[in-house]
Design a protein around this ligand. Sequence first.
Ligand code: HPA
Length: 273
Amino acid sequence: MDTRMDAVRKAVAHIQERTSVKPSVGLILGSGLGVLGDQIPGADAIDYADIPGFPVSTVEGHAGRLVFGELGGKQVVIMQGRFHYYEGYTMDEVVFPVRVMKLLGVESLVVTNAAGGVNTGFVPGDLMLITDHIKFFTDSPLRGHNIEELGPRFNDMSVAYTPELRTLAKQVAADAGVDVREGVYAHMPGPSFETPAEIRMLRTLGADAVGMSTVPEVITAAHAGMKVLGISAISNMAAGILDQPLNHDEVIETGRMVRDRFVGLVKAVVEAM
Ligand code: HPA
């Protein structure tokens, strides 16, 4: 038996003693989008700190709790605050909540983030459905002994971002009159924002957006056979595109600006799932 799965099972047992919600959809919400977790009437919220084995989040603007309840007629679990590799967590810690979700019965994962725009046709405030990703600067969360009960050693990544969920999201967005882009998300380790040369490289490689999250969780979800919808809010143009420095305040500020549109889209998509 894999000791990592022992820890996951302990966390799951603890959670199941505290909520009767049986989530089929999991949501991981990035900077500023955690508000969705505050909009679930009668939710059961469990602080990460109270769940055995759960890492505790350290980033400003990220609460740290799991919220269980009903959204759009679905039983959901919402991660309010995620774990980033740059915070110093191991990859196992970063993806621990995804494995917990899998064992709780989650079939579809909605992952959101704030990202820098690499595609020069984008503007801050754009929403981008993630079609695919690029990751080669960080370890895979699947490195090491494979957890056979979750998935195969060499898992397919050719449709990690489930096309049907993207089609659904596009329909829902069109019905609501919300513009969405599509593109490739490049994962960078951070915590520094990238250099202009790195951004030019990423563009040459086919990236449309860049960020420091999401990809470890998506790899883990794909390995475990979960469906995935990824959505980025473009919070700033990536380094070197505009003649201005980057800062985290801008990321938070644009997050606020797009929040209602973003949350509305996520809610409508979950309802349509
Ligand atoms: N780079 C990396 N991560 C980010 C950015 C960026 O420009 N904006 C928001 N998250």
